[in-house]
Design a protein. Sequence first.
Length: 155
Amino acid sequence: MSVFLVALSTWLHTLATIVMIGYYVFTGLIYLPIFERQMQANALRELLEEVSGRLRPYFGSSLLIFIVTGTYLMIINEGYLGLGNFFGNAWSVLIIVKHVIVLVFIALAVYSERAIMGKISEAQPQALKQFRLSLGVNTALGIMILLLTTAAQSV
């Protein structure tokens, strides 16, 4: 049962990562460059808001999955030294840095959706530039999260 639980938790954690990071990779690198050449800013904003609204339940589910599976996977890891022992070994340092980046990732995701996306319009072209920048930053943060996860697993 333990091997099954570890495999299931790892798979769910990975799936949630794909949902969270995949949105930013595909939107920033593929969809947005095509859509912004084909659509007026107001129509683009409406499309982005619709996509974001449809994705919101998946993000919420992913966060719940992260909390449950991440806590379990952290506690069973031999590198885990206990709550509050952030710098006791290389694994702990990598995990704490990863979690700080995850928090920044989530904060930027919420900010870009709530504060920037709704301003995209012909009258405010800078909002689209800000949104594009936030997508790029979150894509980079996502890549860093994957790198730190891989590094922690190999320590």
